[in-house]
Write a protein that binds this ligand. Sequence first.
Ligand SMILES: NC(=O)c1ccc[n+]([C@@H]2O[C@H](COP(=O)([O-])OP(=O)(O)OC[C@H]3O[C@@H](n4cnc5c(N)ncnc54)[C@H](OP(=O)(O)O)[C@@H]3O)[C@@H](O)[C@H]2O)c1
Length: 236
Amino acid sequence: MKYALVTGCDHGVGLALAEQLVKRNYTVAACRLNENETQLDSLAARHPGQMNMISLDVSNDESVTRLASAFPFPSLDLLINNAGILGTMDSGPDAPLDFSLMQKVMNVNAFGALRVTTALLPSLRKGTDKTVVNISSEAGSIGDCERTGWFGYCMSKAANNMQGALIHNTLRQEGGRVFQIHPGHVATYMRGHLDTTAGITPAESAAGILKTVLDEEHPVKDRPLYLDFRGKELPW
Ligand SMILES: NC(=O)c1ccc[n+]([C@@H]2O[C@H](COP(=O)([O-])OP(=O)(O)OC[C@H]3O[C@@H](n4cnc5c(N)ncnc54)[C@H](OP(=O)(O)O)[C@@H]3O)[C@@H](O)[C@H]2O)c1
């Protein structure tokens, strides 16, 4: 039996990842922020006994501690830190910058992944695969940076990449690993409305991510692999 946990499963890429992991016979802890979102309930009803729904706010210490202390599985093979927020798409340094919102974005996107991973390390260590997938973004690449703004989001994803590299240095010595994954430009509600400019659906993104992480052979290296959902390497 393989166990996985995915954060941010109310909708979008997280919901699609949870659904496809269940279809791949994983037993899945699907974490939700908003209990009024019903798509996850329908998914759980279609797969009785194979999904646990857990309330989780990755930006909140107590919420994450609660998750770890009542963790429903004997071990964890795959942790996908997917929860994320955009904040504002500020245009550049001359735009008014909302530092308080940027701190929130940092707390969810960067510290959130670290908070969940460190809290679940004991369970990951009991798992066979010990794999952490951080849903990062191309926006976190310093080597490929062409934007002039989106400060909070880009900085938070660069920080997410760094925490992933630090965790990888521990896990790879214990038979595990970390992937940093850009899910593609996906048609979700991350911008507050359905992003009709996006080229792929959450299902296509999730299928690519799981194929890259679970089906393809990638030797474990000193650094985590920083890949897009099609397996193409991104510059750090
Ligand atoms: N869409 C893209 O083009 C794109 C591109 C690059 C990277 N990404 C990354 O992909 C991941 C998934 O995003 P998405 O596009 O699927 O957007 P989404 O549909 O908005 O999904 C984000 C999920 O994270 C949840 N969430 C937000 N804050 C949270 C918190 N504090 N604790 C726990 N869960 C929280 C959201 O819950 P609620 O909505 O219910 O609040 C939602 O379920 C994010 O990390 C995002 O940065 C997306």
